[in-house]
Design a protein around this ligand. Structure first.
Ligand code: PLP
Length: 449
């Protein structure tokens, strides 16, 4: 007993039957922490009776152990949802990462020569094959690839960029900031809505290192607009002996034309058009793990990899394994198995049949639900403004109110993330994985009740 305060000691609580039981289940360090914390709070505030004290300790232990990061069901219809982890991996990609995770691997060992190898070798040749690039490298994400490219190839020199392409990507990636950080001197040309190749030509000086083109991946400028063709910039860059660098953003390896979907520039065609280095993300339309790819001329990619920043943005073995397995799907013509592409290409009949089954299941369980037509989005900095026709399930229950239902869905197990349209909660089958139907319906039923 702590005689001054009348509180039991930490030791007494740990030796108590309830303390011992908690330790057996959750381990001593966590229980000690919760006991100390609870006693500390009691010293500062009101004393608890014994049963309240144990409830507090148990709640603290349970809260610490509850997984903060866990799978959710994405019923929003936004395929590349940054808050929900962007691209879900193909099973083969997850298995490849898992296989490497618990053991050793030849990450930087050339098995034939026994000499030191490069971690980029695991994916570089396939990336080159798929895109026509002479060389390829992988870093942590698209932002890192852009920063590394600019730092390694343009530091201290001028880089010319259109005012219409000084973009912000979610999460404080602002092109002018990235350029400053890289040490490049940004030279802006043109206007927000119209920039011509001639504007770039007039801004080239002996101090110019590169022309930079940035794909406006998450917004559209419509109306009186003009952007120079990449090939026109490439020709200019060649004539004036400067580089053409391209931040492509999404990095599609294959044609994105699904019914009603516009064209997203491909890595291959960007290189073909004459970009010297292209950078893009691995977890957008490519459908792989979070990664940034650098592709292009061999001596330029090599220069990027020799830069000290390359070490700071180095990619992990699990990412390389998952990326290699994702690329294997492309190179063997099985890219329809990449989940992102399955979702983009899901046909209207199967979406509508699935929505119909959900609505029926919900109605049978006493949850009023109806199907209606609507739209899904690709999202995540790809194909802005483009939508894919889908069939939605609309929850027609009057109670709980839509905003409250949305909250309750999020608190189910597994959590369901949905959206509100016309003052009703709607669920889009496009982004719900094939084996999640039953869990989704149970979660909705529980949330409405
Ligand atoms: C998404 C995007 C980035 C950032 O890529 P991350 O992989 O998210 O770091 C950079 N530039 C453009 C044009 C993008 O669309």
């Amino acid at each position: 007993m702590d005689t001054l305060s009348g509180l039991p000691s930490v030791h007494q609580l740990l030796e108590d039957d309830r303390g011992r039981r908690l330790i057996a289940e959750h381990g001593r360090p966590l229980v000690v922490f919760a006991v100390q914390r609870t006693l500390q709070q009691e010293r500062a505030g009101p004393l608890l009776d014994e049963s309240r004290r144990w409830s507090s300790i148990e709640a603290m232990v349970a809260d610490m152990r509850a997984p903060r990061l866990r799978p959710v069901i994405n019923a929003t219809g936004v395929i590349l949802h940054t808050n929900l982890g962007r691209a879900p991996l193909a099973r083969s990609a997850a298995e490849a990462a898992s296989l490497l995770a618990t053991g050793y691997s030849n990450l930087e060992l050339d098995l034939r020569s026994g000499k030191r190898g490069s971690r980029h070798d695991a994916v570089a040749h396939v990336l080159c094959q798929l895109t026509g690039a002479a060389a390829a490298a992988v870093v942590n994400n698209g932002a890192a690839a852009t920063l590394l490219m600019l730092a390694a190839l343009t530091k201290g020199r001028e880089v010319i960029v259109s005012r219409g392409e000084l973009i912000e990507i979610g999460g404080a990636f602002r092109m002018p900031d990235i350029m400053r950080l890289s040490g490049a001197k940004m030279v802006e040309v043109g206007t927000t809505n119209r920039t011509r190749a001639q504007d770039f030509a007039e801004a080239i000086t002996p101090r110019t290192a590169a022309l930079l083109s940035v794909h406006p991946s998450n917004f559209q400028v419509v109306g009186f607009t003009e952007r120079p063709e990449l090939s026109a910039l490439a020709e200019l860059a060649r004539q004036r002996n400067v580089l053409l660098l391209y931040d492509l953003g999404s990095g599609a390896l294959r044609e994105s034309r699904a019914p009603g979907l516009a064209h997203e520039p491909l890595i291959a065609e960007s290189l073909e058009a004459g970009a010297d280095v292209v950078v893009c993300s691995g977890d957008k339309l490519l459908g792989g793990p979070q990664a940034g790819l650098l592709l292009g001329r061999a001596e330029l990619v090599a220069k990027c990899l020799k830069h000290p920043l390359a070490r700071a943005v180095r990619v992990d073995k699990l990412t390389i394994a998952a990326l290699a397995a994702t690329l294997d799907l492309y190179i063997t013509g099985r890219d329809d198995q990449v989940p992102v592409w399955k979702m983009i290409r899901a046909d209207r009949e199967s979406l509508s049949a699935r929505a119909g089954r959900w609505a029926e299941g919900l109605n049978l369980a006493g949850v009023p639900a109806e199907v209606r037509s609507g739209y899904s989005a690709v999202g995540g900095g790809s194909l802005p403004g483009e939508t894919l026709p889908t069939t939605l399930v609309m929850i027609a229950a009057e109670r709980p109110r839509p905003a409250q239902l949305l909250d309750r869905l999020r608190l189910q197990s597994p959590p369901v993330i949905a959206r509100i349209e016309d003052d009703r909660v709607v669920l889009d089958p496009r982004t719900v994985l094939p084996d999640e139907d039953e869990r989704l319906l149970q979660a909705v039923i529980a949330a409405v009740r």
